[in-house]
Design a protein around this ligand. Structure first.
Ligand SMILES: [Zn+2]
Length: 140
């Protein structure tokens, strides 16, 4: 945990309680230590966390799916000055799920990444797009 804090990984503008338990903090630390800190070093510029851990209430308010890895502390939505470079970097690591979130063919609007501390990480790469107002995910 060099470049990221639990505070920024649990920030919410919703005003709702958003306190992770010990297990969820361990998951956040794992995500930072294995992916986010190394990505920050490799890119050489700041990475902002739009959303990290979400309590069930915060997740509902954010419109997240019920099974969202954000509720486990396993996922973060990240933004930086070159989201494609961030995406391409993470793609080479051992992650569970990596999502090119909206944007266009040149740049995702943000990057969702998740990592499990235990069990198998699937290395699933998806692209989220709006089709007729609905969010669809396809493998890329
Ligand atoms: Zn996300």
């Amino acid at each position: 945990m060099k470049y990221f804090t639990i505070k920024e990984l649990t920030a919410t503008s919703s005003g709702l309680p958003n306190t992770p338990n010990a297990e969820q903090i361990k998951n956040l630390e794992n995500l930072v230590n294995k992916i986010l800190d190394p990505a920050r070093v490799a890119l050489g510029f700041p990475i902002m966390i739009g959303s990290g851990f979400r309590s069930p209430a915060v997740n509902v308010a954010a419109g997240g799916v019920l099974t969202s890895q954000h509720t486990k502390g396993e996922a973060a939505d990240c933004k930086c000055k070159d989201n494609k470079r961030l995406f391409d970097y993470i793609r080479k690591t051992d992650f569970d799920q990596l999502i090119w979130e909206f944007g266009d063919d040149m740049q995702p609007q943000w990057v969702h990444v998740s990592l499990k501390r235990t069990g198998v990480n699937r290395r699933e790469v998806l692209r989220a797009e709006k089709v007729n107002g609905k969010t669809v995910y396809r493998r890329i």
